[in-house]
Design a protein around this ligand. Structure first.
Ligand SMILES: [Fe+2]
Ligand SMILES: [Fe+2]
Length: 207
């Protein structure tokens, strides 16, 4: 595929410092529509995929798969903490168990969205349990202490926030759809971190 040909033109200035009248307005948005139309007819087998560069394409699938592993581990960790908080966390555990279940479901929904994008790009989402923990950016930690569970969940959310921020920056204009997906997930990870922070603050001492 050829590289993107959307160009931004600026108007030249004449000897008196006035903008030339025959040129587009300053920083006008100009689309090379003929080239775009021609490219749209090439590689129709790629469907929605119009990422210009094959190396970027494969790299983005790989980044999405790493994020998928992270979401799966987070969903499992929250699931485990949902059950453990209810059975081991005393009265405070009962208070947070629903929140932990909801986080687990939301992490699974993130995994689904990442997998869907991977298949849209022609890749294969890696759901294999083999090596899942080592592919994940975050750790699977189980504890019988509610304080420890919530702390580990907050640590994982903070890791996710940093990694999604880096992914958003890296993907940038290479693939705006994937970047927006990472941005959406990032916003929800920030909500999760806020909620965990609140729960930890309200936890009775020794909880
Ligand atoms: Fe997530
Ligand atoms: Fe999260």
């Amino acid at each position: 595929m050829t590289s993107a040909s959307i160009t931004v033109k600026t108007r030249p200035v004449d000897d008196n410092g006035h903008l030339a009248k025959s040129e587009p307005t300053p920083s006008a948005f100009v689309l090379d529509l003929e080239a775009i139309k021609a490219r749209a007819r090439e590689h129709l087998e790629d469907g929605a995929v119009t990422i210009g560069n094959q190396a970027d394409h494969q790299q983005i699938i790989s980044l999405l798969n790493d994020a998928l592993s992270t979401e799966l581990v987070c969903a499992l960790r929250y699931r485990s903490h949902h059950f453990m908080s209810a059975s081991q966390g005393g009265i405070a555990g009962f208070a947070v168990t629903g929140e932990l279940l909801q986080h687990s479901q939301e992490e699974l929904a993130h995994a689904d969205r990442l997998a869907s994008r991977i298949t849209q790009l022609g890749g294969v989402p890696d759901f294999s349990p083999q090596g899942l923990a080592s592919r994940s950016h975050t750790d699977y930690v189980v504890s019988t202490s509610l304080q420890h569970m919530l702390t580990e969940d907050l640590v994982a959310e903070r890791i996710a926030i940093e990694t999604y921020t880096a992914l958003v920056r890296f993907v940038a204009d290479r693939d705006p759809t994937t970047r927006r997906l990472f941005e959406d997930i990032l916003a929800q990870e920030e909500d999760h971190a806020d909620e965990l922070s609140d729960l930890l603050r309200r936890l009775p001492t020794g909880g």
